[in-house]
Design a protein around this ligand. Structure first.
Ligand code: F6P
Length: 549
């Protein structure tokens, strides 16, 4: 038995889960009219309602007790203090420092990192002003009109998701484009309509070794220098964000055009660093700061609120409860706000790259479910696609519903329709509809007994499907900062309770290594006979098809 499973709170929860599985949320709501007040927490810009989970007061007490027995509070202190809690890589985990007030020195391994952060932020602010005001000129003397951000994973998803989310806050001064895929179709399509004289490329890569990003950066460089017929103009069009300055310089980026990041910022938590440069260029540095302020507000809440009132802690506990104790295998992210159309893609990396692991801190295999798979879509589109499954399949999929009280783009008659669905869906998933109710309704509509017998079982919704609701006043740099930081701390807490090393990502290495070897075979036309027969057969077929006219 794993150390976590032998904790008294874990054992109590295992027993308690068996009892709760016999209950229906609809009954819990009718027995307790205070349920919403008990199980929701408000911050100035965001409300978290977790009352539509299969929980009662004992569940919360025991889950909070588990968090305490796992020393979540002490681990939280250790993270904020800059201890090397990323043990497998021997690094601190300090993305929170990036949005901290930088008033005092903050020592990390003997270095004042607040000074480093402030210097990079000043560099970003000055650069944004220069580009946005048109002072920064391309090789022919024209101002920059388009920014192409090249990066993948954490060096793409955060900046692109936030750029999309805050589109209404951009003055449109610069057009933003993102290239992440090594499939040449993407960069070809992005570059096609652009004028090389007025494009600025940002190459974002913490390691500056990622094959996909380097391939795209080389293509961009070639496109630019071919158009300019001059290789000395690169400094006017290329900047880099990286922790590997020497590689960026080797690539051809001018030293002055490099924005620093540090090994204590994980890729999937890096949008607050200079990796957020595309956001700052699009919105202006002041609004980028508001994003940081939003995250800072949540950091303070996370640090100070009692565990029972601490939103990220409760988010983690609900996920743990639904997954590890009640057996759900996936979790849906369902934003009812067009601005958040990339949120589920962003959270897929944040949650699954962090906690999608199966050994504990000691390297022992755990035999309990860790995190669910994360997937999702804008709510309304999902309703007309996979909500059938959410309501009536045999699998329970807990879901986060995320919406705004006000639209950032009010169009008469739209928002109330959108939000009516938002509220109705969590109600339907919780309540369901019994066969008796279905039959009574059909009878009232004058349907025949034969018809009722045939159709009634198909119309039953069992309900009892857990959801959380996150309701913002409206999308803004600050509220987006709030939202992302809530999920970041949720991930941290869940990792601590599950004893998962949340800040490494060894699972992406094996595929990369094999791809490097196979690329050589694709280029040489050879097939390594030591591959398994499937890979060998596929590669041989690929070569054969390629040589066909
Ligand atoms: O997918 C693996 C990964 O290492 C992510 O963790 C990271 O965000 C991404 O690749 C990009 O890495 P880099 O910023 O070093 O190019």
């Amino acid at each position: 038995m794993d150390a976590r499973q032998s904790l008294p709170a874990w054992q109590a929860l295992t027993q308690h889960a068996n009892m709760m599985k016999t209950k229906h949320m609809k009954d819990l709501f009718s027995q307790d009219t205070e349920r919403f007040n008990k199980y929701s927490v408000k911050l100035p810009k965001i409300l978290f309602d977790y009352s539509k989970n299969l929980i009662d007061q004992q569940t919360i007490t025991q889950l909070v007790e588990l968090a305490k027995q796992c020393q979540v509070e002490q681990w939280r202190e250790r993270m904020f203090a800059g201890e090397h809690i990323n043990t497998t890589e021997d690094r601190a985990v300090l993305h929170v420092a990036l949005r901290d007030r930088l008033d005092n020195a903050k020592e990390l391994d003997g270095v004042d990192i607040n000074q480093q952060i402030a210097a990079t932020q000043q560099q970003m602010a000055a650069f944004c002003d220069c580009v946005r005001s048109g002072q920064w000129r391309g090789y022919s003397g024209k101002a920059i009109t388009d920014v192409v951000s090249i990066g993948v994973g954490g060096s793409n998803l955060g900046p692109q998701m936030v750029t999309e989310a805050l589109h209404q806050y951009s003055d449109g001064q610069l057009k933003m484009h993102y290239v992440s895929n090594v499939d040449g179709t993407q960069i070809a399509n992005v570059l096609k309509p652009l004028n090389p004289e007025t494009v600025l490329f940002i190459v974002s890569s913490k390691t500056f070794t990622t094959t996909e990003t380097m391939t795209n950066a080389h293509t961009a460089m070639q496109w630019l220098t071919t158009a300019a017929q001059d290789t000395s103009i690169v400094a006017k069009h290329f900047v880099a964000v990286t922790a590997n300055k020497s590689n960026a310089i080797k690539f051809g980026i001018s030293q002055d055009n490099i924005f620093n990041m540090w090994d204590w910022v994980g890729g999937r938590f890096s949008l607050w660093s200079a990796i957020g440069l595309p956001i700052a260029l699009d919105l202006g540095f002041d609004q980028f700061k508001q994003l940081l302020d939003g995250a800072y507000e949540v950091d303070q809440h996370f640090l100070t609120a009692e565990l029972e009132q601490n939103i990220p802690v409760l988010m983690a506990l609900m996920s743990l409860w639904n997954t590890t104790f009640l057996g759900a295998q996936s979790q849906a992210i369902l934003p009812y706000d067009q601005s958040l159309h990339m949120l589920s893609a962003y959270l897929q990396q944040a949650e699954m790259e962090s906690n999608g692991k199966s050994v504990n801190w000691q390297g022992e295999k755990v035999d309990y479910p860790t995190v669910p798979s994360i997937w999702g879509e804008l709510g309304i589109n999902g309703q007309h696609a996979f909500y059938q499954y959410l309501h009536q399949s045999n699998n329970i999929v807990p879901a986060d519903f995320i919406g705004s009280v006000e639209s950032v783009t009010p169009v008469e008659g739209h928002h109330e329709t959108l939000m009516a669905n938002f509220f109705a869906q969590t109600q339907a998933l919780m309540q369901g509809v019994t066969e008796q109710e279905v039959r009574a309704d059909l009878k009232m509509r004058g349907r025949s007994d034969d018809y009722i017998n045939k159709v009634a079982p198909h119309k039953v919704h069992l309900g009892n499907r857990p959801t959380n609701t996150l309701l913002m006043k409206r999308i803004s740099p600050r509220s987006i900062g709030n939202l992302i930081a809530l999920y970041e701390h949720k991930i941290f807490v869940q990792g601590i309770i599950l004893q998962i090393c949340s800040f490494d990502q060894w699972g992406v290495e094996l595929g990369k290594t094999l791809a490097n070897k196979i690329q050589q075979e694709l280029e040489s036309g050879q097939v390594n006979p030591n591959h398994d027969s499937s890979t060998q057969g596929l590669l041989a077929h690929y070569h054969a098809m390629k040589s066909e006219s």
